[in-house]
Design a binder for this molecule. Structure first.
Ligand SMILES: CSC[C@@H](O)[C@@H](O)C(=O)COP(=O)(O)O
Length: 371
């Protein structure tokens, strides 16, 4: 690590202001969602208005909104769109809407976590509340998920920034930034916070095949935020590490199982292996809503497969022979033993194991024990 001491205290509360917003709710119960259409980045900044459940499913599936926590917030809003858009029994509609939204993408557990949160709120109130009160409760719960995500990002940012020294050069994969959350991001939150604390930080961003979230989104948002960023292809990461250029890796996650295995964008496992080889710390930054306490191992995580066309003609140009056989898993699993730490809003889990994960869930007040 090069450079001098940071000019600000490690835990100084910092307000990180970013010049863009991933998604938000507009208006009251009869309102709608507005989101930055991420498939257009970095060429165009356009807002997508989402007013119905099918529109939300489409936005999530197409990756107009993406990144585990942002998908969770979007799904919470999607529950409200379903409920507010129907005259039928609220609980019945909520159950149907949850099923529809949950099917839009299978891997990021934040999606099912958010829809379950809204539904269980309604189930707990159904016996004693009117239909109007239930609609208002769904809206309040979705807004609480949105606000909670923003606060969680700030907390993870402060905790993670303590692991970043002045002058550090970091590597990240995919986009686990502000555009993957409703706040300042997961993996990028410590970087934004360290920067705001006055530390000098340089980031290498893997381009992230096949949909280029690293090139299109991470590079875009770090440049917009004034962070020094250098784009590399995924295949260059091990080389850059071998040149001694990387002090630590920071990535996000779509699902963490109870034993500490970490599922994230395809290519993350390779980055973790290369980091281990070079003795480089591999940090995962994720809220507790990304922890799936009901799966004991990463082997049990459903891995999304994307259409072949995203590889063979990703951005309009054909890059493989017609009818080439293609396999396109969108995520991989990094075994816990390759993970240095998981930074959550309930503290940092060092060398993650079942004991550490369970303790963090308990500290965070997550009701996960059955019975
Ligand atoms: C804070 S986001 C963590 C992960 O969701 C992120 O790294 C990732 O893999 C996103 O994949 P995407 O397919 O773009 O939704």
């Amino acid at each position: 690590m090069s450079g001098s001491e940071s000019s600000a205290g490690p835990s100084a509360p910092i307000d990180v202001e970013l010049p863009f917003e991933t998604l938000s709710w507009v208006g009251g119960l009869d309102g709608h969602v507005t989101m930055l259409e991420q498939t257009f980045l970095p060429l165009r900044e356009e807002q997508l208005l989402v007013r119905t459940v099918p529109e939300m499913v489409d936005a999530i599936y197409r990756l107009a909104v993406r990144g585990a926590p942002a998908i969770g917030v979007a799904a919470g809003f999607g529950m409200v769109l379903g409920i507010a858009g129907s005259d039928r029994d609220v609980l019945e509609v909520a159950r149907e809407t949850k099923k529809t939204l949950d099917a839009s993408r299978p891997t990021a557990v934040n999606l099912m976590w958010a829809t379950a949160k809204v539904l269980s709120k309604l189930e707990s109130l159904a016996g004693s509340s009117s239909q109007e009160e239930l609609r208002a409760a769904a809206f309040a719960e979705a807004m609480a998920i949105y606000e909670g995500d923003r606060q969680t990002c700030r907390t993870m940012g402060l905790l993670g920034a303590e692991l970043i020294q002045d002058g550090a050069t970091l590597l990240t994969h995919c986009n686990a930034g502000a555009l993957a959350t409703a706040g300042i991001g997961t993996a990028l939150a410590p970087i934004y916070t360290a920067h705001a604390q006055g530390k000098r930080v340089h980031v290498f961003s893997d381009e992230t095949r096949p949909l280029l979230q690293g090139a299109r989104i991470t590079t875009w948002e770090l440049m917009r935020a004034g962070i020094d960023v250098t784009l590399i292809t995924d295949s260059m990461a091990a080389r850059v590490m071998s040149e001694g250029k990387i002090d630590a890796v920071f990535v996000g996650s779509d699902r963490i199982t109870r034993n500490g295995d970490v599922c994230n964008k395809i290519g993350t496992f390779g980055v973790a292996l290369a980091a281990k080889h070079h003795g480089i710390p591999f940090h995962v930054v994720a809220p507790l809503s990304t922890v799936d306490p009901y799966l004991d191992s990463g082997k049990l995580i459903p891995i999304e497969e994307r259409p072949a066309s995203e590889i063979t003609e990703g951005f309009g140009n054909r890059t493989a022979p017609m009818d080439a056989k293609v396999y396109a898993p969108a995520f991989d699993v990094t075994p816990a033993e390759l993970v240095t730490s998981i930074i959550t809003e309930a503290g940092i889990i060092e060398s993650p194991s079942m004991t550490g994960i369970e303790a963090a869930l308990d500290r965070g007040g997550v009701q996960w024990r059955k019975g």
